[in-house]
Design a protein around this ligand. Structure first.
Ligand SMILES: Nc1ncnc2c1ncn2[C@@H]1O[C@H](COP(=O)(O)OP(=O)(O)O)[C@@H](O)[C@H]1O
Ligand SMILES: [Mg+2]
Length: 384
C-alpha cells in the first residue's frame, strides 16, 4: 500500500485527538492521493481556526463576572459560564440541560416566559429584576437581560440570558432609605412630644383656669361664654391627641403593634364612615419596634387611601404569624385603581410604603383593579 495512506491515517488520528498543527507534503506525482492529502491539510486549517475562535469565545464567556446562560427556545440551559456555576454553587454538568425556571421560586410565574415571550413578539431585548436560588437554597436578587443569539446565517438560534447579582446595590439602597425614614420618624417623634408636652400642658392649664372661673361667675351670659370656651378646648385637646397619635403613637411603644392598630381604627375621624374587621393569629409576635412603626405607617397609609381615594366603607385586616415571617393582608371595598409596579404615581404614599417594607427585606404586593377594591399583602421576615 502507498506509504502516504499510513501518514494520512496517522494525521487524522492526531486531528481526532485535538492536535491540529500537522500537515502532509504533496508528492511530485500530484495524483489522486495528493488531491486527498490537500483536502486533509485544508481540514486541519479549518479545525484549527474554529478551535481558536471557540477557545476565544469560552475565554471571554468565562472571564465575565455576571452569570451568562445560553438557552434553547424551551428555556433549557445549553451553556453556562464559570461565574454562573460559582454563584449558583453548582457544577456545570448539573446545570446544563436543566430549565431556567428551576433556578427560581417555583410558586412564582415562569421567569422563562417573562424573558422569552417579549422576544418572541419582536422585542430586541428584555430587562427585568428577579430572584434566583442557588443549589443550596440561597437567594440572589439579580438584574436580568435576555436577547436572541444569531448564527452565521443570521438565524435566531438560541437565547442569551445574563444575570447580575444586585445584592450589594439593594443593601446600599435599603440603607439609604432606612436613614431617610429614620430621620423622618425621629422628627415626627420630636414634634409629637413637643406638641404634647408644651402646647398640650398649656392648653390644659388654660382649660383649668377657664372652668374654675366659670364656676365662680354669676353673670349668665359670661358664664355661658366660658362654658363654650371650655368645650372648645376639650375638642382642641382631643384633636391634638389625634395629631400626636398619628405623628407617633405612644400605644405602639408601650403596648405594641396590634393595640396601636386597634387605637387607629377607633379614631373618631373614622367613626360612622368606615367599619374595620381585624383578625390575628393567636400569639402574633412582638417585632422590633422600628419594624412595627413601619408596618403601622403602611396600615395608616392604606386606611387613608381607602377613605380618601377609594371611598371605602369596609376594611379587613389579617395579621398572620409564621415561623420565619409575618404576613399581613389589608383589603378595602373601595373603588380600586389600576396598579402596576412600573406605573409612577404622583403621590409618595405607595412608594414610601414599598420602601419601608423593602428596607426590612420584606415584600409588599399591591393588588388593585377598578371596581374591585384594593389589597396589600405584606410579608416581613422575623429577626430574632
Ligand atoms: N385604596 C385606594 N383606592 C383607590 N385609589 C387608590 C387607593 N390607593 C391609592 N390610590 C390611587 O393611587 C394614587 C397614589 O396613591 P399614594 O401614593 O398614596 O399618593 P397620594 O395618596 O398622596 O395621592 C392615588 O392618588 C390614587 O389615585
Ligand atoms: Mg396616600
Amino acid at each position: 500500500m502507498d506509504k502516504r495512506i499510513y501518514k494520512i491515517n496517522k494525521l487524522l488520528t492526531d486531528y481526532s485527538l485535538g492536535r491540529f498543527d500537522g500537515r502532509l507534503e504533496l508528492s511530485e506525482n500530484l495524483d489522486d492521493i495528493d488531491a486527498f492529502i490537500n483536502g486533509v491539510n485544508m481540514l486541519g486549517e479549518e479545525l484549527k481556526d474554529t478551535t481558536i475562535s471557540r477557545d476565544y469565545f469560552f475565554n471571554i464567556l468565562n472571564s465575565v463576572s455576571d452569570m451568562v446562560f445560553v438557552c434553547d427556545r424551551h428555556g433549557r440551559i445549553e451553556e453556562i459560564n464559570q461565574a454562573g456555576c460559582t454563584q449558583l454553587e453548582c457544577v456545570k454538568d448539573a446545570i446544563i440541560g436543566s430549565h431556567l425556571d428551576d433556578l427560581q421560586d417555583q410558586a412564582q410565574p415562569s421567569l422563562w416566559q417573562s424573558l422569552y415571550l417579549p422576544l418572541k413578539s419582536g422585542k430586541e431585548s428584555v430587562l427585568l429584576d428577579n430572584m434566583l436560588f442557588t443549589h443550596t437554597g440561597k437567594r440572589i436578587p439579580v438584574h436580568m437581560y435576555a436577547c436572541y443569539l444569531t448564527n452565521d446565517q443570521k438565524k435566531k438560534s438560541a437565547i442569551l440570558v445574563t444575570a447580575k447579582d444586585i445584592t450589594l446595590q439593594i443593601e446600599s439602597e435599603n440603607m439609604l432609605l432606612r436613614a431617610i425614614i429614620d430621620t423622618q420618624e425621629k422628627e415626627r417623634q420630636r414634634l409629637a412630644q413637643d406638641l404634647h408636652d408644651s402646647l398640650g400642658q398649656q392648653i390644659s392649664a388654660i382649660k383649668f383656669y377657664i372652668s374654675a372661673t366659670a364656676d365662680t361667675i354669676e353673670d349668665q351670659n359670661n358664664k355661658e361664654i366660658l362654658v363654650k370656651s371650655n368645650e372648645a378646648l376639650v375638642k382642641v385637646l382631643a384633636d391634638m391627641r389625634n395629631i400626636c397619635f398619628n405623628l407617633m403613637p405612644k400605644t405602639l411603644e408601650e403596648f405594641g403593634l396590634l393595640k396601636a392598630i386597634d387605637e387607629l381604627c377607633n379614631q373618631p375621624a373614622y367613626a360612622g364612615k368606615i367599619s374595620f374587621h381585624i383578625a390575628s393569629s393567636p400569639q402574633f409576635p412582638a417585632l422590633k419596634q422600628y419594624i412595627e412603626i413601619d408596618i403601622f405607617r403602611v396600615v395608616q397609609e392604606f386606611v387613608n387611601n381607602a377613605l380618601q381615594h377609594g371611598g371605602a366603607t369596609r376594611i379587613w385586616m389579617k395579621f398572620h404569624h409564621f415561623k420565619s415571617h409575618v404576613r399581613i393582608v389589608l383589603k378595602d371595598n373601595g373603588k380600586g385603581f389600576h396598579y402596576s409596579e412600573e406605573r409612577v404615581f404622583p403621590g409618595r404614599g405607595l412608594q414610601n410604603a414599598q420602601s419601608r417594607i423593602k428596607s426590612h427585606n420584606g415584600e409588599l404586593k399591591i393588588k388593585s383593579i377598578p371596581g374591585n377594591g384594593t389589597e396589600y399583602q405584606l410579608a416581613i421576615p422575623i429577626i430574632h
